[in-house]
Design a protein around this ligand. Structure first.
Ligand SMILES: [Zn+2]
Length: 282
């Protein structure tokens, strides 16, 4: 694999090997900008990969480019593995959302980014808008360059592997809302953390939203069709009948995230024993 990959518009991609969700094997780091550079996704935990990333940034300095900061999209281990070491070795500040800092107290975040922030890079001028897009992770950030139509997606969608919404920190209601928000941007290119660039990402984002809603409607059908409470594992088999059983442990997390959403909306009631029943409109 040749690294970095030049995507044009002064955007480079530097995939690093990480322990991420299969079949993905890498997390894409990005360098945004020409003379002034923003590094996104300090991902790898592996020492060799960390060194490769540090060498990549140092090579920029040797040709007169000026890295300004390292941006963390969210707190998952396959996105922050090199954050502290890059901060130290390169003397660069770490920028992230406050919720990421709260979840990762061992990291020393130098600047909290909030929704609506603008990061301006000079020569050529690029203005990256910060979008706080919780759902997959409470502190998740995307970056959007409106003139270029380039949307940095983090883990909102991936072309390799699926994106997990875990009930602990994830929030299906927020996630679906943010997918719609990102789709409305009508970006020209989407850059995910896992997999290849996505042309016209709005279509992909809407398809992901539709797929999740298809799944949710299956849950609703199962619960509405019976007056009794349904056990979680029973529901899993019915709702994911089109999915390999190998994936059911992951599917169960998604199912729980959907059930949390439906409970928050007052449509489903769950009890402590893990049984769920429909209480919405019939
Ligand atoms: Zn993630």
């Amino acid at each position: 694999m040749t690294r970095p990959r030049d995507f044009g518009f002064r955007i480079e991609c530097f995939p690093t090997r990480t322990r991420t969700l299969p079949p993905a094997t890498h997390t894409n780091a990005y360098a945004l900008g020409g003379s002034e550079v923003l590094i996104v996704e300090p991902a790898p935990e592996d020492k060799t990969e960390q060194k490769a990333m540090i060498d990549w940034v140092q090579a920029m300095r040797r040709v007169g480019r000026r890295p300004l900061a390292i941006v963390i999209t969210h707190h998952h281990p396959d996105h922050i593995g090199a954050a502290a070491v890059m901060q130290k070795e390169l003397g660069l500040p770490l920028w992230a959302h406050a919720a990421t800092q709260a979840l990762m107290p061992h990291l020393s975040i130098d600047k909290s980014l909030v929704d609506g922030d603008r990061i301006v890079l000079d020569d050529p001028l690029q203005t990256w808008e910060v979008l706080h897009t919780p759902g997959h992770a409470s502190g998740h950030l995307c970056l959007f360059e409106r003139d270029l139509g380039v949307l940095l997606l983090g883990d909102m969608v991936a072309t390799k592997s699926t994106i997990l919404i875990e009930p602990s920190d994830g929030d299906m209601r927020e996630y679906l809302k943010q997918l719609e928000r990102l789709a409305a941007l009508e970006a020209r290119v989407g850059l995910p953390a896992h997999g290849e660039p996505i042309e016209q990402p709005s279509r992909f984002l809407r398809a992901t939203h539709a797929h999740r809603m298809m799944r949710e409607n299956k849950i609703i059908d199962v619960l509405r069709s019976t007056a009794a409470f349904v056990a979680l594992d029973e529901m899993l088999a019915l709702v994911y009948d089109d999915t390999s059983v190998v994936l059911w442990p992951l599917a169960k997390k998604s199912l729980l995230a959907h059930l949390e959403k439906l409970q928050a909306e007052g449509k489903v009631h769950g009890n402590n024993a893990g049984y769920y029943g429909w209480v919405g409109e019939t």
